[in-house]
Write a new protein. Structure first.
Length: 27
């Protein structure tokens, strides 16, 4: 569960830096 939370935080940062469209595709 901790690993998933860390990945979700990483995706959130990438989403803000690149875009929610790319983060949604990766997720």
């Amino acid at each position: 569960m901790e690993a998933i939370r860390k990945r979700m935080r990483l995706w959130t940062t990438i989403t803000k830096q690149r875009g929610s469209k790319r983060a949604k595709e990766v997720a």
